[in-house]
Design a protein around this ligand. Structure first.
Ligand SMILES: Cc1cc2nc3c(=O)[nH]c(=O)nc-3n(C[C@H](O)[C@H](O)[C@H](O)COP(=O)(O)OP(=O)(O)OC[C@H]3O[C@@H](n4cnc5c(N)ncnc54)[C@H](O)[C@@H]3O)c2cc1C
Length: 351
């Protein structure tokens, strides 16, 4: 069997890349071992244009958000699913300095589009402990990235374009015109393994980071929260009275298991915020594929042209993924020059 592209890993990165390659008329075959601890399966998928303690616009957000919205809407339509939910984010402000900073930022060019001064608390007014005040973020969203990957996986399986097993690097043969893997011949193998890329013998020279995150799925009976609340932790509405609560950030971790400390931290935060009871339904953990300079990894291997990588979506895969997957597909299919800031050639192979 032959295919244009062999994609290894089908989290959000592999899913979006496969989508754009197929859109460009190329054939793909995906090798992925489903892992409930993959970042894509655990993430809330929040798209948040205004981040950090200084309330600054996320990198390239004016381009990324419209492109993400368009891409997810197209995927929803193709796959017959609903995954992109536009939800404003209520941002708790804890003192007058934060409130002043928020108001000052709104006055700056390009910010009023994203930030509201008067926040609509709705159901949160009754069921949470009040903060000093609140700001509200527009053009934010929650993308059910795990559900999206699941639906794309089913689509790939249906057309026999999925091998659902661990990838064996030793089985990969580099040929004059591409790669051979099992019975498959492909022009290019593209690795999209998330944080597990550190086990990839061809690309492990890149400075992969990794940030462990723990989350709770909780039931808050009759809460009726429709917006996302950021009040030290995020509370994100799911279906059926369930909410995603997270997350922790761990830069030094031995494994990807949920921990007692993580659970206690999140439960403690939630107890401080909510004035109504909640029940923990699930406690999950995963590792975000972070990169030291916080920019995605795109490109071909410096020595083996038939090998490429799309990774490093870090903490912001939902917003970064569509735009950079398209850029990667354009690079692979039309030889478009990669933007230097995301090109893996910014890092040298260790000698
Ligand atoms: C707790 C938490 C909360 C987050 N919240 C948000 C958020 O709100 N908004 C946001 O934008 N981002 C968020 N993220 C980040 C987001 O999840 C990631 O940016 C994105 O999902 C990364 O996707 P990926 O495909 O690169 O990696 P992954 O999701 O890790 O997918 C990699 C896939 O490759 C497979 N794989 C790897 N190696 C092999 C192999 N050798 N053989 C076969 N299969 C293999 C894995 O099983 C997996 O299916 C969060 C992450 C975490 C952990």
């Amino acid at each position: 069997m032959t295919t244009d592209f062999l994609i290894i890993g089908q989290g959000l990165a592999g899913t979006l890349l496969a989508y754009f390659l197929e859109q460009a008329g190329k054939s793909v075959h995906v090798v992925d071992q489903y892992d409930e601890r993959a970042a894509t399966q655990v993430a809330a998928g929040i798209i948040n244009p205004i981040t950090g303690r200084r309330y600054v616009k996320s990198w390239k957000v004016d381009e990324l958000i419209p492109f993400a919205r368009h891409t997810y809407r197209a995927l929803e339509s193709d796959l017959g699913i609903s995954v992109y939910h536009e939800r404003n984010i209520l941002r708790a402000l804890f003192n007058s300095r934060e409130e002043n900073d928020w108001m000052a930022r709104i006055g700056e060019e390009g910010y009023a589009e994203y930030m509201l001064d008067a926040a609509g608390l709705e159901a949160y007014a009754e069921k949470t402990a009040p903060a000093f005040s609140y700001g509200e973020v527009r053009h934010s969203a929650q993308v059910e990235v795990g559900k999206l990957a699941g639906a794309y996986r089913a689509y790939l399986a249906e057309k026999k374009a999925l091998t659902a097993e661990p990838f064996d690097y030793e089985e990969l043969e580099l040929t004059g015109s591409g790669v051979r893997y099992g019975g498959l011949e492909a022009g290019t193998a593209v690795f999209c393994e998330g944080h597990r890329a550190c086990f990839n013998p061809y690309f492990n020279y890149l400075p992969f980071g990794g940030a462990k995150g723990e989350v709770l799925i909780v039931r808050i009976p009759d809460a009726g929260f429709a917006k996302i609340l950021k009040h030290r932790v995020f509370i994100v509405p799911l279906q059926d009275g369930l909410y995603w609560v997270g997350s922790t950030y761990g830069w030094n971790y031995g494994d990807d298991n949920p921990t007692t400390e993580g659970r206690e931290f999140l439960e403690g935060r939630l107890r401080d915020i909510l004035t109504v009871p909640f029940e923990v339904v699930e406690h999950r953990a995963a590792i975000r594929p972070t990169v030291k300079d916080r920019r995605p990894f795109l490109g071909r291997h410096p020595e083996y042209d038939q090998l490429a990588l799309f990774n490093g979506l870090g903490t912001k895969g939902a917003s970064l993924g569509p735009f950079w997957a398209k850029h990667m597909a354009d690079f692979l299919t039309e030889n478009v020059t990669l933007e230097r800031v995301v090109d893996i050639s910014r890092f040298e192979v260790a000698s």
